[in-house]
Design a binder for this molecule. Structure first.
Ligand code: PLP
Length: 424
């Protein structure tokens, strides 16, 4: 029986045998004991499930992977050292030099740099599109060397909401993988696989952990993409000589996750640590409750700010006049998340004065944990970008990003009110 998401949050990913610990033990061991040579050989041949070295798999990490895979409705998940390593490993599973990635420009700053600067150094080109552009414009970027299309459900930090149907239709037409970074929505608010995505990415450093305690990333395989015979993916359809001549497309399940783990995790590492997997697993216990509170708090704060005379504009999809309100009603009907952004009336100086006047809400690079925090992206996360790139990424210079926590909403609003009183 398929459980509801609230139930998976507390029951998913780990089922103890009689007499075992009720929650996953932290298996702080690099290696595992076997009493037969054949037993170990079968693991290496992927003929049996088990553990032999924690770079490839670890029981605590597997518990977290299982919980996230179940929550997203995918067939397999891979825990990574961070969200960025998850994106990097996903890209390397699909791309060789000469290939290209068609990506929304409204994405996390680190992802933007990966696709615009770092991967191009290795001959992998990032081709950017405005997510609000008509389908024909996005389609024009796709050619036979395009290996995936990349987007975010709720873009960080521009808070644009993804029009899944538009991108899914394009990806289907060209037989290209649809990858969605679901970090800011989480599977509680949106499950991308239900809207045509093939791979889901998480920075679990954000809401999944939820407590600003553990860095981590997850790659989830939807198991819903036909690699077999698809000329766009020769590396899935020809024998992998580095892995006993395995043809990934012939696997009955999880072709993507298997290639990613057997090849990329093996060669590049960047795996999640057992300690971080434990904290992230534990954090997910309360994910459904927290996302409800983050969303309702943010909606109340957005409403308050939208009426304040010292605020120029507020972006949160809960607001009826928001450009993504109707899209959000479709894809995020149970809450639009805790992230919002707004423009302080005035210039960068006023924005800085406001941020320093806050008492409860703290200035942090982090977002999406239980505590409310603010950030000025143009001077921090996005400081590498040129003014033109800032506009393309949807981050004007007076933008303040507010990650609304789960404190009492009246206390959050009172803090914003007193700080706004202090600027002129
Ligand atoms: C934070 C973030 C990342 C990067 O994750 P790290 O865990 O910090 O490496 C990627 N995508 C989104 C949407 C993020 O918010």
């Amino acid at each position: 029986m398929a459980y509801r998401k609230d139930t998976i949050c507390v029951q998913g990913g780990y089922r103890p045998q009689s007499g075992e610990s009720r929650i996953p033990p932290i298996v702080q061991s690099t290696t595992y004991f076997y009493d037969s040579t054949q037993g170990m050989a079968d693991l290496f041949d992927l003929k049996a499930d088990g553990y032999f070295y924690s770079r490839l798999a670890n029981p605590t990490v597997a518990a977290f992977e299982g919980k996230v895979a179940e929550l997203e409705g995918g067939v397999a998940a891979i825990g990574c050292a961070s969200g960025m390593s998850a994106i990097m490993l996903m890209a390397f599973t699909l791309c060789n030099a000469g290939d290209n990635i068609v990506t929304s420009s409204a994405i996390y700053g680190g992802s933007f740099n990966l696709f615009s600067v770092t991967l191009p150094k290795l001959g992998i080109e990032g081709r950017f599109f405005d997510p609000d552009a008509p389908a024909e414009e996005i389609e024009a970027l796709i050619d036979e060397k395009t290996r995936f299309v990349f987007t975010e459900t709720i873009a960080n930090p521009s808070i644009k909401v993804l029009d899944f149907d538009k991108i899914h239709t394009i990806c289907k037409k060209y037989g290209v993988l649809f990858v969605v970074d679901n970090t800011l929505a989480t599977p509680i608010l949106c499950r991308p696989f239900e809207w045509g995505a093939n791979i889901v990415i998480h920075s679990s450093s954000k809401y999944l952990d939820g407590h600003a305690a553990a860095l981590g990333g997850v790659i989830v395989d939807g198991g819903n993409f036909g690699f077999r015979g698809n000329a766009r993916y020769p590396s899935f359809n020809t024998p992998d000589e580095s892995y006993h001549g395995l043809v990934y497309a012939d696997l009955p399940v999880a072709a993507f996750a298997t290639k990613c783990r057997a090849q990329m995790i093996r060669d590049m590492g960047a795996i999640m640590s057992p300690q971080n997997a434990f904290l992230s697993w534990l954090g997910c216990d309360t994910l459904a409750l927290r996302m409800e509170r983050h969303s309702s708090n943010a909606a109340q704060v957005a409403k308050y700010l939208s009426k304040h005379p010292k605020i120029d504009w507020v972006l949160h999809a809960s607001l009826p006049d928001n450009a993504y309100h109707s899209i959000a009603l479709k894809y995020l009907p149970n809450g639009q998340g805790g992230m919002l952004s707004f423009g302080i009336r005035g210039n960068v100086t006023q924005a800085a004065k406001f941020m320093e006047a806050l008492r409860l809400i703290t200035q942090e690079t982090h977002v999406a944990d239980v505590r409310s925090c603010v950030l000025h992206p143009a001077s921090t996360t996005h400081r590498q970008l040129t003014p033109e790139e800032l506009v393309a990424a949807g981050v004007p210079e007076n933008l303040v990003r507010l990650s609304v926590g789960i404190e009492h909403p009246d206390d959050i609003i009172a803090d914003l009110a007193q700080a706004l009183d202090q600027i002129d």
